[in-house]
Design a protein around this ligand. Structure first.
Ligand SMILES: Cc1ncc(C[n+]2csc(CCOP(=O)(O)OP(=O)(O)O)c2C)c(N)n1
Ligand SMILES: [Mg+2]
Length: 332
């Protein structure tokens, strides 16, 4: 049994929240779509994982988060950071290994941490963010800050043992943590059906006493409402929630992916549920934006990413002499 979100205080209001959500989703789409090109032209060292198609989740969740709330992200984490308030230029500079990146260009795509925005880090170790967010939630509870912590992870990561441990501790200690599983149905080339015998992932929360919600991860309103419900519960001291958001990544697992494990028909079918097209359609239907205003918003988003790209490319690489600075934070 999963929870149903019927009444949510602070529900997503298309007139109030719709345009901002469309803007950030369009920026993220443009930002992430450029990554394979940077990889093939040698601007990115190592792998980077775009989240094109999955924008509604990070944007929907972040709508109810404040700067002091924490997020722990994964290897596909740029959208999580951007939706939490990270700057496009500094994020791209980090991905390209430049000095103006959030970690001085020494972290890269899978180590973007921004303390002042509560971004505990993107993370190359599948599942690791689940434990980090649970720990941040424990800190918040002990310090009585009413801040919450969010763990973003994939369907593949849900099979890591840390999820079981974190669910259990969060449930018995009533921790203010929201577990967000972005179920895009693949872990690299493995399908969810190959990985698990019980694909209804939300049922796992129930087994630990963590209320669980299934949500359409292609619908920013639905995600925002589920997250608002879960975040309000956490802030009120009512404990953890598990949200499973059904979604799909349009691009390969990483730039070099041959994608032999799926059909183009499947990819096209999911594009028919595109989160940006769906939101644009609703804004048009409700006369909140006109077609020409949507086009202008799209042009602005592209210009914002152009500016981020120019900023990142103009930033130098870190100096070799600085290789060992900023590696360990000294306790003050
Ligand atoms: C502990 C660990 N095991 C394996 C890997 C290799 N790896 C990187 S991404 C990935 C797939 C993760 O799938 P999922 O959690 O569903 O996230 P998605 O890539 O679909 O967003 C794997 C197996 C890793 N980075 N860390
Ligand atoms: Mg996955």
């Amino acid at each position: 049994m999963t929870e149903t979100v019927e009444t949510v205080a602070n529900a997503f209001d298309l007139g109030v929240d719709g345009v901002a959500a469309l803007r950030i989703m369009t920026e993220i789409r443009e930002f992430e779509s450029r990554l394979p090109g940077y990889s093939s032209s040698g601007l990115i060292r190592g792998s980077t994982h775009p989240s094109v198609g999955m924008e509604a989740i990070a944007v929907g969740v972040s709508r109810s988060l404040r700067a002091t709330d924490s997020i722990a992200s994964n290897h596909r984490g740029h959208a999580h950071c951007l939706a939490k308030g990270a700057d496009l230029g500094r994020t791209l500079a980090e991905i390209l290994g430049r000095r103006d990146g959030y970690c001085g260009g020494k972290g890269g795509s899978m180590h973007i941490g921004v303390k002042e925005l509560g971004i505990l880090g993107t993370n190359g170790i599948v599942g690791a963010g689940i434990g980090l967010a649970t720990g941040a939630a424990l800190a918040s509870q002990m310090q009585r800050t009413a801040d919450v912590a969010v763990a973003y992870f994939g369907d593949g990561a849900s099979n890591q043992g840390v999820l079981a441990e974190s669910f259990n501790l969060a449930a018995i200690w009533n921790l203010p943590v929201i577990f967000i599983c972005e179920n895009n149905h693949f872990a690299q080339s493995a399908t969810l059906e190959q990985m698990v015998a019980q694909p209804e992932l939300a049922r796992r929360g129930e087994a630990y006493g963590v209320p669980s919600i299934d949500v359409d991860g292609m619908d920013v309103e639905a995600v925002a409402n589920a997250a608002a419900f879960a975040i309000a519960r956490a802030r009120a001291g009512e404990g953890p929630t598990f949200i499973v958001a059904d979604t799909y990544r349009y691009l390969g697992h990483m730039a070099e992916d041959t994608e032999i494990y799926r059909t183009s028909e499947q990819v096209e079918a999911w594009k028919g549920k595109d989160p940006i097209a769906t939101l644009s359609g609703r804004l048009l239907e409700q006369n909140i934006l006109s077609q020409s205003e949507i086009e202008a918003l799209t042009r602005d988003a592209i210009a914002a990413v152009d500016a981020a790209e120019a900023f990142a490319l103009a930033s130098p690489y870190p100096a070799v002499a600085d290789a060992f600075t900023d590696v360990i934070e000294e306790n003050s």
